[in-house]
Design a protein around this ligand. Sequence first.
Ligand code: NBG
Length: 789
Amino acid sequence: MADFRAEILRHLTYSLGKDPEHATTFDWRMALSFAVRDRIVERWIEATRASYRARAKRVYYLSIEFLIGRLLQDAITNLRLEDQAVGALHELGLDFETIVHDEPDAALGNGGLGRLAACFLESLSTLGVPAYGYGIRYEHGLFRQSFAGGRQMEDPETWLQQRNAWEFERPEAIFDIGFGGSVAEAGKQAVWTPDECVVAQAYDTPIIGWQGRWANTLRLWSAKPVQIFDLDRFNRGEFVAAAEPEALARTISRVLYPDDTTEVGKELRLKQEYFFTAASLRDLMRRFESEGHDLRTLPAKVAIQLNDTHPAIAGPELVRLLHDERGLEFDDAVEIARSCLSYTNHTLLPEALECWSEALMMRLLPRHFTLIERIDAAHAANHLRSKVKVVEQGEIKMGVLSFVMAHKVNGVSALHTELMKSTVFEDLHAAHPDRIVNQTNGVTPRRWLLSANPRLSDLITRTIGPDWVGDLEQLSQLESVAGDAAFLADFAAAKRANKVDLSNWLGSAHGLRVDPDAIFDVQIKRIHEYKRQHLNILEAIALWQAIRKNPDAGWTPRVKIFGGKAAPGYFFAKDIIRLINDVATVLNADPVTSSYLQVLFLPNYNVTMAERLIPASDLSEQISTAGKEASGTGNMKFALNGALTIGTLDGANVEIRERVGAENFFLFGMTAVQVDARRALRDHAGQAIAAEPRLFAALEAVRLGTFSPGEPGRHHGIVENISGPDYFLVASDFADYWRAQRDVDIAFADPEGWTRAAALNTARSGWFSSDRTIRGYNSDIWHAASLLD
Ligand code: NBG
């Protein structure tokens, strides 16, 4: 401890140039982070050396998002430095929690897709598989959300305003990335001469695995100008114009598109995609060639995972590198590229399947356009029965391109993978029956249980020993004590203490008072029609009306907590936020009902907030229209932390329910097959509303302006949608949702039964570790050896 304290003080002095007398919280956090980082760097350099020594196959995970959140606590947990860090800070008169909470939340992602990438990096390091995460170093991550009059406001996020303790700038790791220009034929090959160029510069963040045994690299690219500024123009007094090239180049890594599952038809987005993909491929080729391998052995040394279609240009780009720049025959180049590449699909929503216009592609990436056409033609010639084309009606379909250029394509839950085969990729699946495989998502237990929920973790360790952290399936040993009164009492006490902590935080940070004995009923995720936050709030309205009618009916107290951001251009999602806030205002002020029902919408939901909410939750809302949520990963975090799910048979809910047991899961709603049938029914919403007076009354209250006095029309859009087209079948699933919620009330009124079910959720969630997921990718797709075994 004394040593560690000395290291912190040394960094305060020599890395920050501060006297302890005048050091701020920021200074101390940086000093602590540097002291922790030193330990990571030692392992990191060893791991990198070991990978070169073994001439190992590396996994390259290309993702336009990495939602890593804070790293300090995570690093301390994985290095098992907790006691030392807390002790050393204590001796210095500092509070560990305050220091840890000073770190900005790195929000380089929107939601599940980006957080999955972050969990995967941690598991790859835990398993000792040599790997790189490749992405973009956005200057501004996901916007900061606040509410004004119930409406979502967006402000730029500024995580890099302060120095970032974890990254290493690599001035030598730079590549010129070109756009536009012309292509000249040179025999079989072509020479592309771009007319616009930016520099991609690497910034490396080490990602340490459990117990600090291995560290991989997250390499993020930042866009810089080729020419810093135009001195001639500057000297002529054209100061703004002189800085223009720099401003233009930097635009590429300026912002994360605040977009989860909808397509952004922006040229800049395509530039971002090519920018980070091209830099990453050049970088991995440089590494490969530095080891002196034969080009044809590339697939034995390189596995490239495309996280969704954003890096799909990797297919043609790798073909270009192999064919144009290194002289392989076109067909060989395609074959080698395909053997390296694999693709993960994360959604079936048609609006989210990326397409680029031919004109844009031709203008921005003329050589790639030609290569895409050739890849398309070759595929059509080899698979005569397949009718699907990459280029169709003036559009380039990135999902098809990814599929055609990958040797494996995976879905992210069993149901989603089956739906991929029967819907969007039906034709391609018929042509390539072995290509689609399933890899159900997972979450890292280090961040999402050990570090986020120390009380439950301690209880688990006391009960079954410490090895579950690196082998989560060991949680099943808890089953044998799940009937044990003493264990259940401890389990309940841990949950209760977490709820008290959360209540205190809601009080101090948000001025909200909640009853820790109420059901904490939580829906946290992006706001999206298919996720149906509006189903949840309608149920709250109906419940409020029922309580008002009969206040003494013995209601189970409930606090409904919402969190999540809406994409700035997604107006319906923003309307849902406003409705929830409006309903909250009225309900929370009602003296008759507010001791039974409260509604809170917490602004600026992010990874850090999830870490706070999930351990304190009783009920996990996973209520998407069946067939629409590819997997979900929040659902896994809740179950692992002993929350019971209320949910539809969608995404990974299906597998969670199978594992935790139907009796420990509140199922409601239509199946994916029933959803399609129901949608085909004329006036399905009208019929559902007519059959369910509670829903009718709830919608009427919204329509009459009960929650928007002075502006009754404010929420008519939502009412009309639910009563009319109701594509996501809110009305049709309402009655069964209400029924399931009342089952929740009854179950919660039996604390012992509830705790047993909660404990069984924890005991049976071990399979949802991202370690298991990564093992699956590795055995089915990548075939890279662990260097720790
Ligand atoms: C999301 C899905 C989630 C899934 C995550 C991670 C996109 C495009 N898809 O259901 O909506 O859990 O990906 O796989 O963000």
